[in-house]
Ligand binder design. Structure first.
Ligand SMILES: NC(=O)c1ccc[n+]([C@@H]2O[C@H](COP(=O)([O-])OP(=O)(O)OC[C@H]3O[C@@H](n4cnc5c(N)ncnc54)[C@H](O)[C@@H]3O)[C@@H](O)[C@H]2O)c1
Ligand SMILES: O=C(O)C(=O)C[C@@H](O)[C@H](O)[C@H](O)COP(=O)(O)O
Ligand SMILES: [Zn+2]
Length: 356
């Protein structure tokens, strides 16, 4: 089976790429976890579609499976839900050598990872991402978290999975809106790291939106390679990894300010990328031509490019506690040319100038 390795020394792990092959999972998972006792966390939408296939395959490989199903969507990514899942893990008798399997999108991955990171101070974790966003971003790199009402991913940890299993056939049941959300993070990689990926999306946008398998596989694998490279250079986000936060400073603020219900994560990131580009343009880091090129691709996909009904002062207040802020200074990931980005301190007045 096709795979790449995320190189993190003793925490290195494979990302497998498959198509319609849940039957292989039991055998593969067995190679990467310490015991047969496993706890699957999934959500109400994913459960009827893929749980049985996974369960059957695990049972065939003699796993002792327990599971929990949580409501779908960002509002489930809370401490209360994590507490509930941790209590269940204990009731099901999970031990130090047991594992947690996340079957779902980024919400399931982030909360299941948080459970795995904290249960008995950390147990094995397996990611089976079922959204495009989770396949290209959230299942890779070990950031796990839940939200505070006012702050996105404020409670969390770094806890790398033992393996990631990407089965692209599952994307056929995903809503168009969710496909676009994932595409926003893929466009992000093109902008911050590898401009040829951006150009590939520009040239193949309709085929990608039609979920043409070879094109989709190309951008998924490329995204995992890019994220894997950045994470292996800076696992705990001491410097370089921050560029993966491009578009997230304003993106996270508008997610929290709208109660995590109006925009899905990828949409908020798309809006945040447009604003980060406006900032870079105003500060003279990029020219009008480059700005237009990025704006036009985001617009052509059908992703939103602007927010509605929010006060700029509230956005600025919310970003003051962004995780990239240091010593009361707001830091943004700003572009410095095609495929290049850097973290830069930006004055409050500059941010207010570009916000509506
Ligand atoms: N840890 C990280 O590095 C990282 C990176 C990016 C995003 N994230 C987090 O990921 C979350 C967003 O993830 P998401 O966009 O996957 O959202 P999500 O997990 O809410 O999934 C989106 C929707 O698709 C449904 N779904 C999932 N798989 C499906 C399938 N195959 N067929 C049909 N429906 C399916 C879900 O039930 C949900 O309703 C956010 O909380 C974000 O903060 C984390
Ligand atoms: O993996 C990273 O690092 C990222 O920043 C990827 C982002 O796409 C992702 O949304 C991440 O969860 C944001 O992390 P946070 O530290 O800003 O909460
Ligand atoms: Zn993101």
């Amino acid at each position: 089976m096709d795979f790449i390795t995320i190189d993190l020394k003793e925490r290195s792990y494979p990302i497998y790429f498959a198509y319609d092959s849940f039957d292989k999972l039991g055998e593969i998972v067995k190679k990467h976890v310490r015991s047969s006792k496993t706890f699957i966390i999934t959500d109400f939408n994913v459960y009827p579609l893929y749980f049985e296939k996974l369960n059957e395959s695990l049972k065939k490989s003699r796993f002792d499976v327990s599971y929990e199903v949580i409501p779908a969507g960002e509002t489930s990514k809370t401490m209360e839900m994590a507490q509930r899942l941790l209590e269940k893990a204990y009731d099901y008798g999970l031990l130090r050598d047991s594992s947690v399997i996340a079957l779902g999108g980024g919400v399931v991955g982030d909360i299941a990872g948080f459970v795995a990171a904290t249960y008995m101070r950390g147990i094995d974790f397996v990611q089976i991402p079922t959204t495009l966003l989770a396949q290209v971003d959230s299942s890779v790199g070990g950031k796990v978290a839940v939200n505070l009402k006012k702050g996105k991913n404020i409670i969390g940890a770094f806890h790398q999975p033992k393996m990631v299993y990407i089965d692209t056939a599952v994307l056929n049941t995903l809503d168009k809106r969710e496909i676009l959300g994932g595409l926003a993070e893929i466009i992000k990689y093109g902008i911050i790291w590898d401009f040829s990926l951006f150009e590939y999306i520009e040239s193949n946008i309709y085929e990608i939106l039609d979920l043409e398998e070879d094109k989709l596989r190309h951008i998924i694998k490329k995204s995992c390679e890019i994220k894997g490279k950045i994470v292996s250079l800076d696992e705990k986000e001491e410097n370089l990894r921050s560029i993966l936060n491009f578009g997230h400073t304003i993106g996270h603020a508008i997610e929290a300010l709208t109660g995590y219900e109006r925009y899905i994560h990828g949409e908020a990131v798309a809006i945040g990328m447009v604003y980060a580009c406006k900032l870079a343009l105003n500060l003279g880091y990029i020219d009008e031509k480059y700005f237009e090129r990025i704006f036009s691709l985001i617009q052509r996909t059908g992703l939103p490019t602007d927010y509605e009904d929010l006060h700029k002062e509230d956005i600025v207040e919310a970003i003051k506690l962004d995780k990239k802020s240091r010593e009361a200074k707001i830091n943004f990931v700003l572009l410095r040319g095609l495929g290049k980005a850097e973290v830069t301190t930006v004055k409050e007045e500059e941010i207010l100038k570009v916000l509506k």
